[in-house]
Design a protein around this ligand. Structure first.
Ligand code: SUG
Length: 452
């Protein structure tokens, strides 16, 4: 069974608001004019490309934005239109936070444990609390509703609410959790499905309570304690978990998630030499847990610098197992033409000991300009064939539904959007009309607040 990927459909308010300090692209493109229609079509084209390689492919719908309940909670009272207009006038940055299409990066929706690895034989998902970035911290409740509507057979799937992002008194908790972007599952062979047990690498940026090393410039979003909590909730045996710290210097250079500096699948791990603290020890621990078939490719700074990894998103490629058991590397277009990356890819593809047989470059430029590459745009869900019927069928890829979604995007999405356009009350109406129709297309039932 090849792996399943669930891509986030880019929402109609996709824009560049510069909301993520520590994410170099987000900061650099603040205020630029975005192209929501292109963004959504690029995402759908990526999903189609993966489906046509023979992988199980699905979609997860966007969230409702602007999120009026967030505006109401901040004291912008009145009707939806009045609240948006008041926020636009008095606090445009708060309106931008409530309007981000950031739920498109579904690698941050949840951490997933397949049924072969969990305590009770179900697929477990813990929704990420995303508490470090205010515009993302509003995602979890809707993410939980969405995942429960899509992975709807509770005999097969357990969707856990996000870890508490705040204490009872409202103070931020230490349990920052960014989901699958900091988690990699390995197996002794190259396969990716959920039928055989795996080994789980959880990468954290910092320890709660201030112990240990931490970055000095940019926030560390994932805490060790959050990763440990997820492993506990999912019932993964301790001997199948490895916890490792992201290098603080990497975070300070813009590696805000571990999937910006390493990528793994099956028995293959592609990792930059400066990714982790005590990296040699971590690789030894992984090899001990996975077995001698683990194939680690350590990419030196001299071949691809950390800065170039951040600029090109080489490590945010999707590394996927194809139906014949070989692997493909799906890279962002931005990494094409880099001499070091070209050499590395050539080495991977020509090495008979390395399962990668092909490299495919795809265009997800609109998402990349906000710091989201191919791997950010999808939630990986290792499944068994028996679990597929437990998923809302219209959320799974088919040529007809792909065509219907493309037509839906063309009908509803604006060609361009500037941050100033977020004030337009018509954008709220357009977005709701689009999402209302989408829940019909994807057969999820009414999942949004405005529908209830
Ligand atoms: O959380 N960007 C996202 C990008 C997430 C990428 N995901 C992974 N690496 N898995 C983030 O920083 C930018 C939004 C803005 O600035 O308008 C943003 O949220």
């Amino acid at each position: 069974m090849p792996e399943a990927n669930f891509d986030g459909i880019v929402g109609p308010t996709h824009n560049y608001a510069g909301l993520s300090p520590g994410n170099v692209a987000s900061t650099a493109n603040q205020g630029a004019v975005s192209r929501p229609r292109d963004a959504a079509l690029q995402g759908l084209a990526k999903a189609a490309a993966l489906a046509r390689l023979g992988l199980v492919q699905g979609w997860l719908p966007p969230q409702e934005r602007p999120h009026v309940p967030t505006l109401h909670a901040m004291g912008f009272a009145g009707s939806d239109e009045v609240a948006v207009a008041a926020a636009a006038r008095e606090a445009p940055h708060l309106l931008a936070r409530a309007s981000s299409a950031s739920a498109m990066w579904t690698a941050n929706a949840a951490t997933v444990t397949p049924s072969s690895d969990s305590g009770d034989g179900r697929v477990h998902m813990t929704v990420a609390n995303l508490r470090t970035m205010p515009h993302r911290a509003i995602e979890p409740p809707q993410t939980a509703r969405t995942l429960r509507a899509v992975f709807r057979d509770t005999g097969k799937f357990a969707v856990h609410d996000a870890l508490p992002g705040t204490h009872a008194d409202g103070a931020p908790s230490d349990l920052g959790d960014e989901g699958a972007a900091n988690h990699t599952r390995f197996r002794a062979d190259g396969r990716a499905g959920g039928a055989q047990p795996g080994v789980h690498l959880f990468v954290f940026g910092v320890q709660a309570g201030g112990a240990g090393r931490r970055p000095s410039r940019f926030p560390a979003r994932q805490t060790l304690e959050a990763s440990q909590a997820v492993a506990r909730i999912h019932g993964i045996p301790a001997e199948r978990c490895v916890f490792a710290q992201q290098h603080p210097a990497a975070i300070d250079q813009g590696v805000f998630h571990n999937d910006v500096i390493s990528v793994g699948n099956g028995n293959l791990y592609l990792v930059h030499e400066h990714a982790l603290v005590d990296q040699d020890r971590v690789l030894d621990d992984l090899a001990a847990a996975v077995g001698p078939s683990l194939h680690a490719v350590v990419v030196p700074e001299s071949e691809v610098s950390v800065a170039d990894a951040v600029r090109t998103y080489l490590f945010n490629s999707q590394l996927v197992t194809l139906p014949d058991g070989s692997m493909a590397l799906i890279l962002p277009r931005e990494s094409e033409g880099h001499a070091g990356i070209a050499r590395l890819v050539e080495r991977l593809v020509s090495d008979p000991a390395c399962p990668v047989v092909t490299a495919i470059y795809l265009d997800v430029r609109e998402s990349m300009r906000n710091g989201g590459g191919p791997a950010c745009l999808r939630l990986r869900v290792p499944l068994t064939p028996e679990e597929i019927p437990g998923i809302a069928p219209e959320c799974l890829w088919s040529p007809d539904r792909h065509a219907a979604l493309e037509a839906w995007v063309r009908r509803h999405y604006r060609e361009e959007l500037s941050p100033a356009d977020l004030a337009d009350p018509q954008l709220l109406r357009e977005s709701r009309a689009a999402l209302d129709e989408l829940t019909g297309l994807l057969g999820t039932g009414p999942i949004y607040g405005f529908q209830r």
